[in-house]
Design a binder for this molecule. Sequence first.
Ligand code: SF4
Ligand code: SF4
Length: 146
Amino acid sequence: MEGELTTTVRSLHIPGSLSQERQKALARIAELSGENVSECMQCGTCSAVCPMVESMGMTTRQGIHYLQFGLVERVIDARIGEFCASCHTCQVRCPRGIEVPKVFEAVRLLALRQNEDLITIGAIPKETIAGAPQIAMVSTFRKLTA
Ligand code: SF4
Ligand code: SF4
């Protein structure tokens, strides 16, 4: 089974016990991010230092754990990709050297490739639009719309 999947990420461990669908999802995350989530030892450091973790539907450690089993949809549903601010704090503290923001960026891209916007522009209060810096609005639309 593993031989049928291709990924540029060296030493990515894809459990043979996973369904083909989950194996492909795990390989896809590796290809898009260039990172090997199977190296995560679940220490939780990334969750402890993440400034956005309270807004996410699960901790970053949990997100990586679900991805180790190819459960990308669970991580998409937890909106980690949307709320990750790409501050890189987790990356510099990860004892395994995993570039966690790249992993969650891959999750966000997979969500957008389902052609679903991750934000409802019409629901943004007018006061927010009037008060927010234009660059913030533009980058939000670029990040969260398909
Ligand atoms: S890069 Fe994203 S996941 Fe990592 S600490 Fe910053 S907000 Fe959290
Ligand atoms: S800090 Fe690194 S090794 Fe620890 S849980 Fe997060 S991704 Fe895994």
